[in-house]
Design a protein around this ligand. Structure first.
Ligand SMILES: [Zn+2]
Length: 464
């Protein structure tokens, strides 16, 4: 006998057509239309779930029915750039709270950055993060390990051993690899280890003591500026180093036109370069800093309307390979300081999908299926994660999305420990109804219809 969960009354994320999906354990059993009445579900259950542990052929015993109420069903979202803050900074966020926020945002997998305290630069720390995630996590967690010891840029970490321990990529994120010679060796060694380097691109001599985008807003506020070239000269450099080494670079949180031009150029030359951008770069400009709002302070900074439009263009023309949040939680006490003393970073997991649907899909920059793809298949491809399809045999990593639902961002309701968002009070369209990871409901919106347990026979009768 097999216990099965059945999602009814959903629509397929690509086509918008009516769709049903059944899963048993952590694996999708059947997908299509009319699974019960057509007998497809019974046949699938009899054959056993392809990858389920100890599948028992025979009758379906229990059916747990989830009524999607017409919501879109998609593979669970993937965020390739989050800061879960553990080990060492659990005042800001924990693996438990950060993955709760991820589940609330529709994510079933996240890649987490190693700039913690201590830095995740040894196999033991990679294993520690994985163990904590197994124990406390609400989604799959793929640790990104440090590229250099202590992220100090002086000595390469043991990249092969880190990969063996479970690292998904390497990065000194939070800071750049300043030495071009070190980046050359890192690209060669990472290519040997078979994983990409995630590049936080920032020339520290151009950044100086800059705190926000260099331009009229910074001038008016008297805040030191960061020119876009601080990012783009490093993207240019690393495109050249990828050519020199045959390595693989993924450019994190791209924010400006010149960086995107460099990435576009690298792709035209056939190099193994990819890039991500974040919802704040297509939604906001440095005007959001207002009179010095530290919740609009992040690195790289919000830029001008010219750069915002360039980001949207690069998303539309395929230069951007995937989206990421750069979820960077901070305590209120740290953000509640003068602008030049507050830390960089904003949270993003719980607003990402709605900002995508509201500010990219609604204005017609990309269609809805492409927008969802940039949060699902695209990051999986970039980081070589197993594919997730709405088909039998694939993991039951799923999200139900109500694209029409409108809501107002209320940071006090975030599942993250942190509240540092520039989107408080924003009216957004598109809400997560439920998230399911490995067959477990990890988030359910209060609007989700109560779930009922029915026998297969009763369902067939009701359908007939
Ligand atoms: Zn970064």
């Amino acid at each position: 006998m097999t216990a099965v969960s059945l999602i009814r009354n959903a629509r397929h994320w690509r086509t918008g057509r009516p769709f049903e999906l059944a899963f048993a354990g952590d694996t999708i059993l059947a997908a299509g239309t009319d699974l019960v009445a057509s007998g497809a579900l019974a046949r699938a259950a009899a054959a056993g779930a392809p990858a389920a542990a100890d599948p028992l052929p025979g009758a379906i015993d229990v059916i747990d029915v989830i009524d999607a109420g017409g919501a879109l069903l998609a593979p669970g979202l993937v965020d390739p750039h989050v800061h879960l803050r553990q080990p060492g900074q659990s005042g800001k966020e924990t693996i438990a709270s950060g993955t709760r926020a991820a589940a609330a945002g529709g994510f079933t997998s996240v890649l987490c950055m190693p700039n913690t305290d201590p830095v995740v630069d040894t196999p033991a720390w990679v294993e520690w993060v994985l163990a904590r995630a197994r124990e406390a996590g609400r989604c799959r967690v793929h640790p990104i390990a440090a590229l250099t010891l202590g992220q100090r840029g002086g000595q390469l970490a043991e990249l092969v051993a880190l990969r063996e321990a479970g690292a998904a990529a390497f990065s000194d994120d939070g800071r750049p690899v300043e030495s071009a010679g070190m980046m050359r060796r890192a690209l060669e060694y990472a290519a040997f280890a078979g994983l990409p380097i995630v590049c936080h691109e920032e020339d520290m001599t151009l950044r100086g003591d800059g705190q926000m985008n260099e331009g009229p807003v910074a001038t008016r506020l008297g805040i030191p500026g960061i020119p876009s070239a601080a990012e783009s000269v490093m993207v240019r450099r690393d495109v050249e180093l990828v050519e020199l080494t045959g390595g693989r670079a993924h450019f994190a949180h791209l924010s400006c036109a010149e960086s995107l031009a460099a990435l576009r150029d690298g792709k035209r030359r056939g190099l193994a370069v990819t890039g991500e951008t974040c919802p704040h770069y297509w939604t906001l400009t440095d005007a959001a800093v207002g009179e010095g709002d530290t919740n609009a302070k992040m690195n790289p900074p919000l830029r001008s309307e010219y750069h915002r439009r360039a980001v949207i263009e690069a998303i539309a023309d395929g230069t951007i390979d995937c989206f990421a949040t750069d979820h960077a939680p901070h305590r209120a006490i740290d953000k509640d300081r003068p602008f030049d003393q507050a830390p960089f970073g904003i949270v993003g997991l719980e607003t990402a999908l709605a900002l995508t649907l509201t500010h990219l899909v609604e204005p017609g920059h990309i269609d809805r299926a492409r927008a969802i793809e940039l949060w699902t298949e695209a990051p999986r491809r970039v980081f070589g994660l197993p594919p997730a399809e709405l088909a039998p045999g694939f993991p039951a990593d799923l999200v139900l999305i109500r694209p029409e639902a409108e809501w107002t961002v209320a940071p006090e309701q975030f599942h993250s420990k942190a509240r540092n968002t520039p989107f408080a009070g924003f009216r957004l369209k598109g809400a997560v109804l439920a998230t399911i990871c490995a067959g477990r409901v990890t988030h359910a919106h209060p609007d989700l219809a109560p779930r009922g347990h029915r026998s297969a026979a009763a369902l067939v009768e009701a359908a007939g």
